[in-house]
Ligand binder design. Structure first.
Ligand code: DQA
Length: 164
């Protein structure tokens, strides 16, 4: 079942109809993504994960953001099990290519999920061409740098707004 409820207030102000909503988006990053900005900048760019997170907060202030990064598969699974967010942006890092356990956790996730890869994984080593997470997300964004996170957020918000 899709989780698309969030927090919404609807009403009439004069002759204007208004909607106030507050949806939660969880942004989950896997191994080595905590080193964004320092790790292979020619591949992943110069922005740190904290900078990307601040940009998301600034661009989409009405969203309730939850950010989680871990180098440990089990912690990522625990997070997915316990999160009540409506939407998820996930960059599993290398676990996207190899972790059946993370894929299982994502399969059980009830919200709307988008998978992100900062680099164009199809231009890289063959082992990066497969994502075990792909069957369990609505769509993927790869190769657009850290803008992928912003684009995924924009799309999820648009989809959410259309549903409330
Ligand atoms: C990545 C691509 C993965 O292959 C790699 O292991 C990463 C980052 C990306 O964002 O481009 O850690 O997920």
């Amino acid at each position: 079942m899709l989780r698309l409820i969030g927090f919404g207030v609807f009403g009439l102000f004069g002759d204007k109809f208004f909607v106030i909503w507050r949806m939660e988006i969880a942004v989950v990053n896997g191994p080595n993504l905590g080193r964004l900005g320092k790790r292979l900048p020619e591949v992943y760019g110069n922005k740190s994960l904290q900078e990307v997170e601040s940009e998301l907060r600034a661009l989409f202030p009405r969203v309730q953001w939850t950010f989680f990064q871990s180098n440990h598969e089990g912690q990522l699974i625990d997070f997915l099990e316990s999160s009540g967010a409506e939407c998820l942006i996930i960059n599993g890092g290398a676990l996207a290519h190899q972790s059946y356990a993370l894929a299982d956790a994502l399969e059980a996730w009830e919200g709307a999920a988008v998978e992100i890869h900062i680099s164009n994984v199809f231009k890289r080593e063959v082992y990066r061409h497969q994502s075990l997470l792909a069957p369990h997300v609505i769509g993927q964004i790869y190769g657009l740098g850290v803008d992928g996170y912003l684009l995924a957020a924009r799309w999820l918000i648009h989809r959410y707004e259309a549903s409330v």
